[in-house]
Write a protein that binds this ligand. Structure first.
Ligand code: CTP
Length: 452
């Protein structure tokens, strides 16, 4: 019996897929189809796949062409499969010509001409594209704009910023470049906001009243009540209001949350997270101590995320200690926030202008979990025990910048495919609550003369 094998994502199964499977089948007596797992696709940068694995498997099954369906889960699996299933012919479309010639050592390799004029990418793009507006500081928006090209189903149509770098042509294809927020709102379906957090409340409210969804760089507001009001308004107007913290979309971070829930380190007693940087501070110092990017705003939300997601938001008390570099106590070069829970403690260290080890450590009754620096762009962590032989390492490749993953989720939510979110409203409200504490002067001052 001549066995043939082929692989693919088979998202939104189309005529091109069918033609390929039919021709592959004709090359032998038995056809094995490998369908990529969701994780494997993410790892290799296919972040826009619409249908989950089970639906894609079902669609391939319903073609009636596959004698056997397997799941492709890791790089290099093709060699394993060919040996394991005794495969005679490996088949793929002509978009892969040459890429799998190394398999000729194990079986015959055939590339079939790809069917013209149809692809999953095209089908995903067929829906009306969401018109996205970007609002904020020019230097950040460029990065965001470049990331947006990796996301199917959106198009950046307008940009609102107080200053544009005229010497740079990154935004040359954008029709509307303005400093008028209302003009931007009238020309988009949704917006991404990375403006001064002091302005978030007014800007988000305006947007939601015009039924525009908002992805807002954290913190959403500097006050819990305002944040709550905005979530209620979003709900009422059937819009999405989503907090942007890239870490929440990294596979490694999501997996470590699940692992901790399963009890690998026993009862959790402490979560400590540190996020610090120096260079942005220098930049914004030139801009007269712009409060927007002090330590608590720039790093606080990211650092608090694991505290609230691991220990919950029901803390009994909190205390904030800060080192300020200005008399008005607006720019904290360093802040330490301590949370007391019934059965645990959480501790956050954030700094713009003071440097420390940027790690995340979760301590439990059986062992501890450590994410090495910089933990917030994490693809790796370890679970360690008293007996080192039991230690385990975990690695999850994160392709590209976290932002594109976040944008994919935002678009899915706006298009109302599902209500899932990686950062709950509860967590966002509590981030805003801590911000409020800070700006209400409930802070103990660390007396130290700051020398940069
Ligand atoms: N294929 C084909 N003709 C097409 C599209 C796909 O012959 N028009 C083949 C591919 O070459 C591959 C298999 O079908 O061997 C599975 O392809 P897959 O990557 O799942 O589909 P695409 O439509 O190419 O997906 P995407 O646009 O996401 O890359």
């Amino acid at each position: 019996m001549k066995k043939v094998i082929t692989y693919g994502t088979f998202d939104l199964l189309h005529y091109g897929h069918l033609r390929l499977l039919e021709r592959a089948k004709e090359l032998g007596d038995y056809l094995i189809v490998g369908v990529t797992s969701d994780d494997f696709d993410k790892q290799r940068g296919k972040i826009n796949v619409k249908q989950p694995l089970m639906e894609r498997l079902q669609n391939v099954k319903e073609t009636g062409l596959a004698d056997e369906i397997i799941i492709e889960e890791y790089e290099g699996q093709k060699i394993d499969d060919i040996i394991k299933y005794g495969v005679d012919v490996f088949v793929l479309g002509s978009d892969w010509v040459g890429k799998f010639d190394y398999l000729k050592e194990y079986c015959e390799v055939i590339y079939l001409p790809r069917t013209e004029g149809v692809s999953s990418t095209e089908l995903r793009n067929n829906d009306r594209k969401l018109k996205l507006g970007l609002v904020g500081e020019d230097i950040y928006l460029k990065k965001i704009y470049n990331e947006s090209f990796y996301v199917n189903g959106i198009k950046v149509t307008a940009i609102c910023s107080n200053e544009f770098d005229e010497s740079d042509d990154t935004f040359k294809d954008i029709e509307i470049k303005t400093n008028d927020f209302d003009k931007l709102l009238d020309n988009v379906d949704a917006l991404y906001l990375i403006s001064n957090p002091k302005n978030h409340y007014d800007q988000i409210k305006k947007a939601l009243l015009k039924h525009k969804s908002v992805l807002c760089e954290s913190p959403i507001t500097l006050d819990e009540k305002e944040c709550k009001e905005l979530f209620l308004l979003a709900n009422k107007n059937k819009c999405v209001l989503m907090e942007s913290i890239k870490t929440a979309y990294s596979t490694a971070y999501l997996r470590l949350l699940l692992l901790l829930k399963s009890g690998v380190i026993g009862n959790i007693v402490s979560v400590e997270s540190t996020c610090t940087s120096l260079k942005d501070y220098m930049y914004f110092q030139k801009k007269d101590l712009n409060v927007e990017f002090n330590s608590i705003c720039a790093w606080g939300p990211t650092a608090m995320l694991p505290i609230f997601q691991i220990l919950g938001t029901n803390y009994k008390s909190l205390s904030i200690k800060s080192l300020f570099i200005d008399k008005e106590k607006k720019f904290d070069a360093f802040s330490k926030i301590d949370f007391l829970f019934d059965n645990a403690v959480g501790s956050v260290k954030v700094a713009k202008g003071i440097k420390s080890e940027g790690e995340l450590i979760v301590s439990g009754t059986k062992g501890y979990l450590i994410v090495p620096s910089p933990w917030w762009i994490t693809d790796y962590f370890e679970v360690r025990y008293e007996n080192q032989n039991n230690n385990k390492r975990y690695f999850y490749q994160l392709e590209g910048e976290g932002f594109r993953h976040e944008l994919v989720e935002f678009v899915k939510r706006v298009k109302q495919q599902y209500k899932n979110t990686n950062i709950s409203e509860e967590v966002s409200l509590n981030i805003a609550k801590v911000m409020h504490e800070f700006y209400s002067d409930n802070v103990s001052e660390i007396q130290n003369s700051y020398k940069n």
